[in-house]
Write a protein that binds this ligand. Sequence first.
Ligand code: SAM
Length: 330
Amino acid sequence: MLVDSNGRTVSYLRLSITDRCNLRCLYCRPAANWVGLSHEDVLTYEEMFKLVNAASQAGIEKVRLTGGEPFARKDFIPFVAKLHAVFPQLDLRITTNATLLQDQAQAVRQAGVTCLNISLDTLQRNKFAQITGVDAYALVRAGIDACLEAGLRVKINVVALKGVNDDELPGFVDFAQKYGLDVRFIEFMPIGYESRWNKDNYWAAQDIIAHLQEMVSLVEEARTSRNSGPARMYRIDGSLGRIGVISAVSHHFCHSCNRLRVTSDGKLRTCLFSDQEYDVRSILRDPEQGLEELLALFHRANLEKPMGYRLLQERGNKAVCDRVMTAIGG
Ligand code: SAM
């Protein structure tokens, strides 16, 4: 078990498959041109497989594959199928923009995945193009439809952006009700010194809930397991749909953080807000090192896991982190 010096047990790994993405979301990338990793720096699937094996032995129960856009990497679905076949006990999840899912949802289901988080910040085509830099709204909607038809559970992630999508609460409530799915508003996080994070776009979770409560009757739901994640979820009375908030900035959940992250170039990060990285890739690429060294690194890193909210407070109104979100994985 990975228990840190604050008594927190880590059971959840977010593994970034690639830093490349076919969208250019304004909150996720730097304003200036951004240069991604070179091919040889990115972990191979075989290396990622060894990493997941070590993580599973260290007590990780849930693995989320993220990016960049994970489906943009070649042979991603066969990799997922292999992970599921070899580690059936792992709760395997994926975070995606759904642009590439229209024809792949069935294959994703067959690979053993049951639930996807899909990012969608607006229900308006023109605004989608403004936020993401690509006119791909119809593709995302087709991808969501295909996932629901394939029997996948879908959770929608909306980055809450004041002045951008704060007029769309009624639309997202209808969307959650119509499809009986979860819509979660994530507070805009100040990640990446080079990012376009701007406090004027920050929209606090409590304001979102207050607005929602004026519109519909909400019933707060209890967390179902220790791997449930930090979202506060509310059932919309009379429907299967739920709406929620992830208050990563206003009400930090550091005390219950159960996560480790590994970037696609094999750097272990124990806290989203910290630049401290541990080099997993050099162990994976060293024929003299193996499982024992990986486990030792996990334990050492986890013991040094900080309380990230302190790092945020120190920075005041400035962004934290040398990497932008697309390079970390959210
Ligand atoms: N391409 C995939 C997608 O679009 O979901 C996975 C990668 S994306 C980096 C993972 C998650 O991070 C998405 O839900 C995205 O909305 C969220 N995200 C990115 N930058 C963010 C920020 N500055 N604040 C809050 N959430 C952010």
